[in-house]
Design a protein around this ligand. Structure first.
Ligand code: SF4
Length: 377
């Protein structure tokens, strides 16, 4: 049976963070229950693509931990009714520490969630205030304690390379992070994206991004500091053995997935066609589409999909499996790269070819974006 992973986007947050360019709306009053629409959208996928096997489900946002556990339970029941959910399915829910307590975490666990991804970002309260987070470091420690009671599989997100962040401050944060002994960490360098509050400060000359050399020094230090306990399996992701995120690996490897909820996207291979679904980014249009029974599906060219897989695949330590690449994009790797530049980078050992995989060497990993720009055509 063919398979796809399912992503569900819950777009509301308590407050917009200063660095956030995700599709999310501050919602300080009553949180809208979108469950009926999610269920209808799942029906549309069932009618379009039939019964598929489901290896992973991901509730992302926004802040899906603002959902009531009973909403999550209804959605999961629908997925189990329509599709063939595998026995060891990975079901992740993103959590903001300010939106849950022990009881609510337990109810999510009872509803079927078996992996948490907790957005902590920093253990330094000044940094949390700078980022515009609604929680402080004590909230974060408290929620991790609670989460450990019910969940074995926990990820925590952190952001570093903040403007004015000293190397020592990140070292200090990293010590606390490692001491948590969590099975999975996502450690992102801050990118100041357009349309964010931090970007507006930069524009006014009130803020300057961190110098690239310090950011690189932090990245290298992070990798060596975590090396003994974690596999650095993707540029920003570190996992203990067996705790790599199945859901994210499916994206990076080019597997099929559907996206439920406003702004959600999907990629589905059917026969000789690659379908892309991109949902409207406002609630009214998204609901209207669903009421009309319409999924906004378009066909993606093979080369476009191949380029996506190149960009994501090189982010992984294991690199790109060229057989899988061809199977998932219906396109040869050589057709989307400048082969002269590729050979040069292989000769200079920035890239490595072995066992039908192309991957970055250690020195190549630090030049990821530049290498992708160089070879992609
Ligand atoms: S909680 Fe996450 S999605 Fe919501 S505003 Fe903050 S960064 Fe964005």
């Amino acid at each position: 049976m063919k398979k796809f992973s399912i992503y569900l986007h819950f777009p509301f947050c308590l407050k917009k963070c200063n660095y956030c360019d995700f599709l999310s709306f501050p919602c300080p009053f009553e949180i809208e229950d979108l469950t009926d629409y999610y269920l209808k959208e799942l029906d549309l996928y069932f009618h379009k693509f039939g019964k598929r096997s489901v290896p992973s489900i991901y509730f992302g946002g926004g802040t899906p931990s603002l959902m009531k556990p009973v909403w999550v339970e209804r959605i999961l029941k629908k997925i189990y009714d329509l599709f063939d959910v595998i026995d060891n399915v990975e079901i992740t829910l993103e959590v903001n520490p300010k939106t849950v307590d022990g009881k609510k975490l337990y109810e999510f666990f009872r509803a079927g969630v078996n992996r948490l991804s907790v957005g902590i970002q920093s253990f330094d309260d000044e940094e949390l205030a700078f980022l515009g987070r609604v929680h402080n470091s004590l909230d974060a420690f408290h929620i991790l304690d609670m989460a450990n009671k019910y969940f074995k599989n926990i990820n925590a997100d952190f952001i570093y390379a903040l403007p004015n962040q000293s190397f020592e401050k990140w070292q200090n944060n990293l010590e606390k992070i490692k001491a948590l002994s969590l099975p999975h960490l996502s450690l992102y360098q801050l990118i100041i994206e357009p349309k964010t509050y931090l970007y507006s400060l930069c524009k006014k000359g009130k803020l300057k991004p961190i110098c690239e050399d310090i950011a690189l020094k932090m990245f290298k230090y992070t990798n060596s500091y975590l090396k003994s306990s974690f596999s650095h399996y993707e540029v920003s992701n570190y996992a203990q053995k067996g705790f790599e995120s199945f859901h994210n690996l499916n994206y990076w490897n080019g597997g099929d997935y559907i996206g439920i909820g406003l702004g959600a996207v999907g990629r589905i291979l059917e026969g000789n066609h690659i379908f892309a679904v991109e949902n409207p980014k406002n609630i009214v249009d998204w609901k209207l589409n669903i009421d009309r029974g319409c999924l906004p599906i378009k066909t993606l060219t093979k080369k476009s999909r191949a380029r996506e897989l190149l960009i994501m695949g090189l982010r992984k330590k294991s690199g790109i499996n060229l057989c899988e690449f061809k199977k998932n994009s219906l396109c040869d790797f050589n057709d989307i790269v400048d082969n002269v530049k590729l050979k040069k980078l292989l000769d200079e050992k920035f890239l490595i070819y072995s066992n039908n995989h192309i991957r970055l060497s250690v020195k190549g990993f630090y030049l990821l974006d530049a290498i992708i720009r160089e070879i992609i055509k």
